[in-house]
Ligand binder design. Structure first.
Ligand code: PXP
Length: 240
């Protein structure tokens, strides 16, 4: 199990003043030096945080895994064909949302993904990971599409307040991970994981490969520094 750091919020901070700092690529290098196995970025249609030039610069600089999170538009698929990251994580995207709000609506996208999206991305040699809610039906559909991996959406677990809801969401994630693994899918996870909720998550949910964390790390870094924040999260994940 390894940590991939989502550096979108470094770009958000950079864009706040329209200047070059803090540079997401420099942040990526610090994260990797501190033990992250790779870097995630989400190039959104509206370019609200990561910009096109960041994508090329990250491609050059990142030594570990590069995970290109994107909506399955022709434009993004074209960029993925050029960049050839190790992983492409496909997510739903809407302009109004502050962050990705849920997993893919698998029933809705099946036809389009089967014809237009998956064959093109498989040709690039990139591992395709679909961001899904922990529903058995959705996971079965991922398998039917012939992708290699899923990323389990941990947002409901992370946002749950009542202990009974936390338990329920953990159980759903555990069962989803078991099912995906039994189908031969690689199991990644992310969204809303932080310095408190990551340990119970990784102690309960088996077969986890990459854990993608952004907001909690970058906000922690404001007080504690990026390198310390990544080191601390790597330690949490290793100790499990
Ligand atoms: N995984 C996916 C698919 C996401 O969209 C995000 C948010 O950009 C994350 C993981 C990371 O979530 P967070 O920033 O809450 O750690």
């Amino acid at each position: 199990m390894e940590l991939l750091v989502n550096i979108d919020h470094i770009a958000t901070l950079r864009n706040a003043r329209g200047e070059g700092v803090p540079d997401p690529t420099e942040a990526a290098q610090i994260c990797e030096n501190a033990g992250a196995a790779g870097i995630v970025f989400h190039l959104r249609e509206d370019r609200r945080h990561i910009k096109d030039h960041d994508v090329y610069s990250l491609k050059d600089a990142v030594k570990g895994k590069l995970d290109f999170e994107m909506a399955a538009t022709d434009e993004m698929i074209g960029l993925c064909e050029k960049i050839r990251p190790e992983i492409c994580t496909l997510v739903p995207e809407s302009r109004e949302e502050l962050t990705t709000e849920g997993g893919l609506n698998m029933r809705l996208i099946m036809g389009d993904y089967r014809k237009r999206v998956v064959p093109r991305l498989l040709d690039t040699g990139t591992m395709i990971s679909l961001f899904v809610d922990p529903n058995p039906d959705d996971i079965q559909l991922c398998k039917e599409l012939g992708v290699q991996a899923i990323e389990l959406h941990t947002g409901r677990y992370a946002n749950a307040q009542k202990a009974s809801v936390v338990e329920h969401e953990l159980e759903r994630l555990r069962e989803a991970a078991e099912l995906a693994h039994s189908l031969g899918l690689i199991v990644n996870a992310g969204h809303g994981l932080n310095y408190v909720n990551t340990t119970p998550f990784i102690r309960t949910v088996p077969h986890l490969a990459d854990i993608s964390i952004g907001h909690a790390l970058v906000t922690h870094a404001v007080f504690h520094g990026l390198e310390n924040s990544v080191r601390e999260m790597v330690r949490i994940i290793k100790e499990g």
